[in-house]
Write a protein that binds this ligand. Sequence first.
Ligand code: SF4
Length: 179
Amino acid sequence: MNNHLKPKILLHICCAPCSASSVKVLKDLYDITFYWYNPNIWDFNEYEKRKDAAIKYAKELKVTFYEEKSFDYNYNNWKEQSLETCKLCYSLRLEKTILFAKLNNFDFFSTSLLSSPYQKHDLIKQTAENLSSKYLVNFLYADFRNFFYEGKNFLKQKGYYTQKYCACHKSYKERFKSE
Ligand code: SF4
């Protein structure tokens, strides 16, 4: 990608398949950096699989991949804090994202969560807008859902890992009807 003089955007990515449609919309207009912060993913093996796919995609695109280093994966801690609601889950991840964007002088922040038709799109948008007002970092809103299946299938055909549930233990149980 030729990123000369493009505005810098920090794109929180929840997984490679969702980031594909975001990249399709943003790549010609913005200098993209991937930001990985997803402590909601259960279990650790799944966490690693999604992260590895995201790293692989970043390498393919030649975009910088930043993994949040202040975070040690400890799903049980996260679970015990009763953060297993989508509103808190979005806030947790997007607040960390915007703080990193502010500290590192990004022009915008956004999230690949806006790609999935399975997510609470309006709640994500509202959460990001509230954080933008609070921390004074521009939020780039776009409805990436239009390219979700195209992006997901594109990566699937290339052998990328694609998950079958949102991320948390609750969503896993709901998807597979297990304990
Ligand atoms: S369903 Fe998805 S968005 Fe909602 S709390 Fe679980 S991991 Fe987070």
